[in-house]
Structure formats: structure tokens, C-alpha cells
Design a protein around this ligand. Structure first.
Ligand SMILES: Nc1nc2c(ncn2[C@@H]2O[C@H](COP(=O)(O)OP(=O)(O)OP(=O)(O)O)[C@@H](O)[C@H]2O)c(=O)[nH]1
Ligand SMILES: [Mg+2]
Length: 327
């Protein structure tokens, strides 16, 4: 990786250079010790310019139409004078180490917009998970002046870092007949969701979609509300035909206004920052214990003990950490 001076990255992203914004993201994504110092310098320097975007997580089963939705929603926001960044997380790319060609091509029109920035990232491989550095990437996009950060991810399953841990709005894209269990509608999603958009509603399935909406509203009625004074709305529309996205756009603003008015906006961001702090504490402790020749040897040795199945992994981890932190 070609190295850039921190000041060069800051000036670049602040002045709207998308190539340098991309370089900055690559830097914060790196776990290499030699990159971490610079990454932290960079994040420290841009901190005053962060926090001003609306962060939206968009989830749905593969093929639900997330990328199509983001493309048209993004274009709508841009037409309203906003700048839009997209962080698309592709679970498969961590397997083949590739980037998400599919998403890139599907968001072609948005990618051509001057006021749009699209960044595909690999995930840690978990459904609903986001890449380890998605939060830090989001901060860089904010410092670069983007008003909306749209994060695309599949499902909401178990993961170390969930998209709802770093966003203000959680939007669930549902398709009819996809199997509710499969779509995580029974649990998980319903507890986290702020807005639901039933996608691919066209003439032939409109009636079915309306019934699905009634069922969803009924189910939501029995859920404890995540946000005081907020009833999760269910929209019908078509991302492909650009139908219903303007209503979502307005509703997102209404939701943000409500959260700001009740202080829940700031409170949520504070709780999220605490979680992020804990994430990095663990990460840096792991890196610290593994650093240096002795650390590396000890790490490999104790990990091997665990993999031999003779000792239990948690006890072995405790022995390893205590030994190294005492040194
Ligand atoms: N008929 C119809 N097709 C749509 C609609 N929205 C998306 N599609 C199509 O559904 C397919 C999948 O759309 P994507 O936007 O790639 O879906 P995705 O959720 O991003 O998929 P993954 O990234 O693979 O999880 C594409 O062929 C889209 O053209 C819609 O409103 N109506
Ligand atoms: Mg997609």
C-alpha cells in the first residue's frame, strides 16, 4: 500500500477528493500495527468534522433490492441538495477476497454522481455484520462532508458488530413470500427496526403486499417500542421503479427530528460510542498481547493447546493474557 502523509489524507478528503477518501478508508481498515498509529492520528484530526450525517442501516435478505433502493434513494437525496456516501458490505467478498462487482455495477448511476461516494467492504463473514472498520469509515465520510451515510448489509444475525450499533436509523427491506423465518422477521429485526419497506410491490402482488403490511403492523403492535412515541411505519413500493422512496426519505427526517427532540439521538450515539470503545479495547489488547516475538510465540503456543482439545479455550485464553500482561 502506497503511503500518504496524514495531512495529505486530511486535506484530500476535506476538499472532496474521493480517491484520497478511499485511501483513508483503506488505512483505517488495516489492522497492521504500523498502520494503526497513522489511522488513529487521522481519526483524531477529523473528529471535529464528524457527527453531522444521518446514518442509515439498510438490511434485507440477498436479492431484496437493497442496492437498487440505495441507488434511487441516494439519487433522490442528491436531487435534494445532499451528498451521499454508501458503505456496502458484502459477506461473500471476505471468502473470495474480491470486491462486490455486483453492487458496483448495480449502483452505476449513483456512482456517476459527483455528490456520491460508494465504498464496498468485505465483512467479517457474518450475516448482518459489518466490516470491522465500517464505523471509522463512516466518520471519514462525515468529515468529507457527506450528509447521508447508507450502509447496506444482509440479514441481522449474530455478529461481533451489528449495523444497528453504528446507525441512527434501521431500515428493513422486505419482500413478500420470502419466508418470514428466513427474513428474520420473527425475532431480531422486529426489535431493531425503525422503518419497514416492502419492496417489489407491483400490480400483480399489490393486494398480497397490503395484507402483509396489515400482518406486520399487527405483529409490531405487540412489540415493545424501541423509540418512545414512534410507531414503526410500513411502506409499500418499488425500488426499481422509484415508487415510495420519497415517502421513506420524508419519514427518515421525521424520525431523526423526533429522536433529536427527545434527546434519544444523542443518547444512542453515546451508547454506540461506548460499545465502540469496548470493541477497540479488546482489539488493542489482543494486538498488544500478540505483539513482539515472545507474544507471538506464546499466542501460538496457547492457541495450539486449545486446538488440541485437551484444555478448554477460555481457561487457556485467561492463562495467556494474564501471563503476558504481567510481563
Ligand atoms: N421487480 C422488481 N425488481 C427489483 C426491485 N428492486 C430490485 N429489484 C431487482 O432485484 C434484483 C436484486 O436487487 P439488488 O438491489 O441487487 O438486491 P440486494 O438486496 O442488494 O442483493 P444482494 O446485495 O445480493 O444482497 C435485481 O435484479 C433488481 O433489479 C423492484 O422494486 N421490483
Ligand atoms: Mg446489494
Amino acid at each position: 500500500m502506497k503511503t500518504y502523509a496524514t495531512s495529505q489524507l486530511i486535506d484530500g478528503l476535506r476538499s472532496g477528493d474521493k480517491r484520497l477518501l478511499a485511501k483513508a478508508i483503506t488505512l483505517v481498515e488495516s489492522k497492521k500495527a504500523e498502520h494503526r498509529d497513522q489511522a488513529e492520528d487521522l481519526l483524531k484530526a477529523i473528529m471535529p468534522f464528524t457527527g453531522n450525517s444521518i446514518r442509515i442501516g439498510i438490511t434485507g435478505v440477498p436479492g431484496a433490492g437493497k442496492s437498487t433502493f440505495i441507488e434511487n434513494f441516494g439519487k433522490f437525496a442528491i436531487a435534494n441538495g445532499k451528498k451521499v456516501a454508501v458503505l456496502a458490505v458484502d459477506p461473500s467478498s471476505s471468502l473470495n477476497k474480491g470486491s462486490i462487482l455486483g453492487d458496483k455495477t448495480r449502483m452505476e448511476e449513483l456512482a456517476r454522481e459527483k455528490n456520491a461516494f460508494i465504498r464496498p467492504s468485505p465483512t467479517s463473514g457474518f450475516l448482518g455484520g459489518i466490516a470491522n472498520a465500517t464505523f471509522e469509515s463512516l466518520l471519514l465520510c462525515e468529515a468529507a462532508g457527506y450528509d447521508y451515510i447508507l450502509i447496506e448489509t444482509v440479514g441481522v444475525g449474530q455478529s461481533e458488530v451489528l449495523v444497528s450499533d453504528i446507525t441512527d436509523v434501521f431500515l428493513f427491506l422486505k419482500i413478500i413470500g420470502g419466508g418470514d423465518e428466513l427474513q428474520g422477521i420473527k425475532r431480531g429485526v422486529m426489535e431493531m427496526v425503525d422503518l419497514i419497506f416492502i419492496n417489489k410491490v407491483e400490480e400483480e402482488n399489490r393486494l398480497k403486499a397490503k395484507n402483509t403490511k396489515i400482518e406486520l403492523l399487527r405483529a409490531l403492535h405487540f412489540m415493545p417500542s424501541k423509540e418512545k412515541d414512534w410507531k414503526v411505519p410500513v411502506f409499500l413500493g418499488s425500488a426499481l421503479n422509484n415508487e415510495g422512496l420519497d415517502a421513506v426519505y420524508e419519514k427518515v427526517q421525521e424520525f431523526i427530528d423526533l429522536k433529536v427532540a427527545t434527546s434519544s439521538f444523542e443518547e444512542t450515539r453515546k451508547r454506540q460510542a461506548e460499545k465502540r470503545f469496548d470493541y477497540w479495547v479488546k482489539e488493542y489488547i489482543l494486538q498488544h498481547t500478540k505483539s513482539g516475538k515472545e507474544g507471538e510465540t506464546q499466542y501460538d503456543l496457547h492457541k495450539k493447546n486449545a486446538s488440541d482439545l485437551k484444555v478448554n479455550p477460555s481457561s487457556e485464553a485467561k492463562v495467556f493474557v494474564e501471563k503476558l500482561l504481567k510481563k
